[in-house]
Design a protein around this ligand. Sequence first.
Ligand SMILES: Nc1nc2c(c(=O)[nH]1)N[C@H]1C(S)=C(S)[C@@H](COP(=O)(O)O)O[C@H]1N2
Ligand SMILES: [Mo]
Length: 170
Amino acid sequence: MSQIKFPDFVSRLLAIYFFCISVSVFSQNANTVSVSGEVTTPLNLTVQDLSGFKQISHKVKDRDGKEHEFKGVALIEVFEKAGVTTGSKLRGENLAKYALIKAADGYEVIYSLPEIDPEFTDQVIILATEKDGQPLPNGEGPFRIITPNDKKQARWIREVRSIKIVFAKD
Ligand SMILES: Nc1nc2c(c(=O)[nH]1)N[C@H]1C(S)=C(S)[C@@H](COP(=O)(O)O)O[C@H]1N2
Ligand SMILES: [Mo]
C-alpha cells in the first residue's frame, strides 16, 4: 500500500511546490511597483500598500477627449517614503536626477524630479490604482501614472512595473 502511495505523494508535493514557485515568480512582478535606484529605502508596493497612503483624484480627459476620474497616490509621497531627494534636498547635483518609469510592455518614460516636487510645481502627478471607481483593468493597471498638466497623454504610462531614480550622466 505505502509503496504505491509514496511516489504519488512525492509527485503531488512537487507539483504543489512548482505551482507555488511559478505563482510567486509570475505574479510578484505583475502585482507590485518597485522603487529603486537613488533611494535610501527601495520599495516594492502593492495596491494594498498604496491604499494606506493619502488618496488623490484627478478628473482628466483621455486621448479621445473622454473624461475619467483617476484615483491614487501622489508620486511625491511614494518618493518621500523611498527616501528620494525631495523638498529642501532637491538642489545642486540632485537636480540632475530623473525618474525612469518602465511598464510591462517595455514602454518607458521619464520625469525630472522638479516636475514631481511640490516646491517646484502645483501639478500633482499620481500613481493611479483606480479609474472611475474601479481598480484599473488588465492592460492598464494595476498602476498607471497620470500627469494632468501634460497636453498629450503619452506619459500616462500604463501597467507601471518599476520606477528607478537615476543620475543623468553625460
Ligand atoms: N505601457 C504603456 N503606456 C502607455 C502607452 C504605451 O504604449 N504603453 N502609450 C501612451 C500613449 S502614446 C497614449 S496617447 C496613452 C493612451 O492611453 P489610453 O490607452 O488610455 O487611451 O497611453 C500612454 N501610455
Ligand atoms: Mo499617444
